[in-house]
Design a protein around this ligand. Structure first.
Ligand SMILES: Nc1nc2c(ncn2[C@@H]2O[C@H](COP(=O)(O)OP(=O)(O)OP(=O)(O)O)[C@@H](O)[C@H]2O)c(=O)[nH]1
Ligand SMILES: [Mg+2]
Length: 654
């Protein structure tokens, strides 16, 4: 058996859940097709999903095609739930990016494809809804080429486009245009094909198909299919593409246990259930398992097989399963031998925050417990308490997520909660270079260590990096054993400290270099270095200075052309930077940028100005320096803004 762990990704409403349902039906797993609109699908199972008609949580289902077991993960498309997509990216062998044949490439489509390409996840494109009026596959292919990837090839033709009878006919060996298009595309990354192409000799069709599979597996080329999740057109061709062109793996069931937890749920009696993709080894019930630094005994195992999860004695490599008994498990934890999953964050973090208060003051403890439970399933909400007012804060992607959390608190925990006004989460970037040092034995340095640090700006998106510019002999190796261990330990302190910069925001895009290091053997301990580092780092940061930057979204709006004037006025008032409008008949479309905190208001205003006809899509694009007085975030006492405060804080803690 081979396994293909497949993600279905798309902009909201493109048809991921409907396509999932259709694939399950085509594979014979279900005898009747459920409908999103009637709330009867296999993957939108939450009451809230069925009521709202959108996917909120990623869900796994499984089906077999020949000797390949496909574990399919249906993800939400709404940008407020992008964290759900983020968590599954590390466990995918391949993906299907769904694009609507009517709406074409949308804001979230671009965000998703950018990440799929960056992570080199083999991806097929499926142009859905060819049965709908207004469907235009050629326009979609052109838009995919322009906005998503130049390396795309249409795998078939559509007849009866835009009607319920729309049918998809796969291209084959005899379609000369197709073979030529394939050769042209594949030659870009394959010297053998290029040579044959230049010489003008036709390559055997079989060679082209093999090269297509090889390049798709390396995420260099993206085959494009078209069809309809509702009528089933084109779905068989897509299934053939899944097995022919995406890489499936056998998985080494006898190797060391190694997997990743990508989802955590609570069962009916409050027990934790971990969703694990196992890359190697076998996990059996009653095994002791190393997960996130602790050991736990697996009490039960379920494996996704032919539809949903079924109880089994073992989870073998390659598959996705649900494990019970891992009481301390958290999302993202490695199971057994850790793997290199690449960067922890692939999408930008939430850009909004809000305070949550219980409607009844006596519910405070219950609210805290409930939010802790929600944070287990979604660590990015980053539950935290303000030290002064003892209020609880959450990070959020948007208003829909806020409503969903509010409804979940009431429905699942019986807690009525209110959200204070939402505000924007900024970041700080170093404005220049700053250095500071503390020497052992000098006045004012109560720690038995010497440390010098330099802080300087790093490229956008690079996070915080720690480099060393000291001789090995300067590092207390009798404490840390290896240079790498020293760098790792210090890096952790540096990242923790930089969670609050000079204005209280997280410092990003920052390179920190150790410029001095010294110790007194055998007196210097790891604790000395750990406590001294924040002091030195914050002085260096003060000298460098920081620029507070706010999140900016890229938006696209479509509205009746006669509303252009009033919409322009609203955009100006909200601080948006619009691009050139495109007019198409009665409607016009506009791209541009807008501060993240203003997206919600723009959506409301657009709705009222156009009687609900206007459509707005927005997705995070970049951070930009905030104009005027930089906003400050209330500080917790975690960090030393000045020496006296820090030392006082430490002595208070001791
Ligand atoms: N005509 C037509 N409608 C479709 C097709 N696929 C999906 N729809 C409709 O589009 C709407 C959204 O479908 P979903 O399957 O929920 O889309 P989704 O991508 O899962 O949406 P989210 O998970 O919320 O992002 C529903 O009303 C579907 O009935 C299609 O191929 N043709
Ligand atoms: Mg869905």
């Amino acid at each position: 058996m081979k396994y293909l762990n497949l993600g279905i990704l798309a902009h909201v409403d493109a048809g991921k859940t409907s396509l999932t349902e259709r694939l399950l039906y085509a594979a014979g797993v279900i005898g009747e097709i459920g409908s999103v609109d009637e709330g009867s699908t296999q993957t939108d199972t939450l009451a809230l999903e069925r009521r709202r008609g959108i996917t909120i949580k990623s869900a796994v289902v499984s089906f077999d095609v020949g000797d390949v077991v496909v574990n399919l993960i249906d993800t939400p498309g709404h940008p407020d739930f992008i964290a759900e997509v983020e968590r599954v990216l590390g466990v995918l062998d391949g993906a299907v990016l769904v694009v609507s044949a009517v709406e074409a490439v949308q804001a979230q489509t671009r965000v998703l494809m950018r990440v799929l390409r960056r992570l080199r996840i083999p991806t097929l494109v499926f142009v859905n809804k060819v049965d709908r009026r207004g469907a235009d596959v050629d326009r979609v292919v052109a838009a995919v080429r322009e906005h998503l990837t130049p390396s795309v090839v249409a795998m078939g033709a559509v007849r009866g486009l835009g009607t319920p009878r729309a049918a998809c006919v796969p291209y084959g060996e005899d379609d000369e245009g197709f073979a030529a298009a394939l050769a042209d595309l594949l030659a870009r990354h394959d010297d053998g094909i290029l040579a044959a192409y230049v010489e003008g000799g036709a390559l055997p069709y079989g060679v082209l198909r093999e090269a297509l599979a090889a390049q798709t597996a390396r995420a260099l080329t993206h085959p494009l299919y078209a069809g309809s999740a509702i009528t089933g057109a084109g779905v068989d061709a897509l299934i053939d593409g899944l097995t022919e062109l995406l890489p499936a793996y056998a998985g080494d069931a006898d190797g060391p246990v190694s997997g990743t937890v990508f989802k955590v749920e609570r069962g009916p009696s409050g027990e934790k259930i971990a969703y694990v993709r196992l890359f190697s080894g076998t996990v059996r019930a009653r095994d002791r398992l190393r997960v996130g630094g602790d050991e736990w005994k697996v009490t039960a195992v379920e494996v996704f097989d032919n539809g949903s999860a079924v109880e089994r004695s073992a989870l073998p490599a390659g598959r996705i399963g649900r494990l019970w008994g891992l009481a301390g498990v958290r999302i993202g934890d490695p199971v057994g031998v850790p793997r290199d999953d690449g960067p922890a964050h692939r999408f930008s973090p939430p850009s909004l925050e809000t305070a949550v208060v219980p409607r009844r003051p006596e519910d405070k403890a219950a609210l805290h417990l409930a939010l802790t439970r929600l944070a287990e399933q979604d660590p990015l909400i980053d539950l935290r308490q303000d030290d002064v007012r003892q209020e609880m804060f959450l990070s959020l992607y948007g208003e829909v997520q806020k409503e969903v959390i509010q409804e979940t608190l009431l429905a699942d925990f019986g807690v009525e909660a209110e959200f204070r006004e939402t505000s924007t989460i900024c970041v700080e970037r170093p404005a220049g270079t700053g250095e500071a040092a503390e020497t052992v034995g000098e006045p004012g340095n109560p720690f038995m260590a010497t440390l010098g640090l330099r802080v300087e700006p790093a490229p956008p998106g690079s996070g915080v990096r720690l480099g060393l510019d000291v001789k090995i002999g300067a590092i207390p190796l009798y404490v840390y054993k290896t240079v790498e261990a020293f760098q790792e330990a210090l890096g952790e302190v540096v990242r923790e400290t930089l969670r609050q910069g000079l204005h209280g925001w997280e410092v990003v895009d920052c390179a920190v270099t150790v410029t001095r290091c010294g110790y007194v053997s055998p007196l210097t301990t790891a604790r000395d270095v750990r406590l001294l580092a924040p002091l030195v780092l914050m002085s260096a940061l003060r000298r460098a200075g920081t620029t507070v930057c706010g999140p900016v979204h890229r938006f696209r709006l479509e509205a009746p052309a006669d509303a252009a004037g009033p919409i322009g006025a609203v955009l100006a008032r909200l601080g948006a930077v619009p691009g050139m409008p495109e007019t198409r008949g009665r409607t016009y479309a506009l791209d541009g940028h807008i501060p993240a905190g203003r997206v919600h208001e723009l959506r409301l205003r657009l709705g009222s100005l156009t009687s609900g006809e206007g459509v707005l899509e927005a997705a995070f694009d970049h951070y930009e320096p905030v104009r005027g007085e930089p906003p400050a975030r209330p500080r917790t006492d975690r960090n030393p803004l000045n020496r006296a405060e820090y030392l006082l804080h430490l002595s208070g803690r001791a």
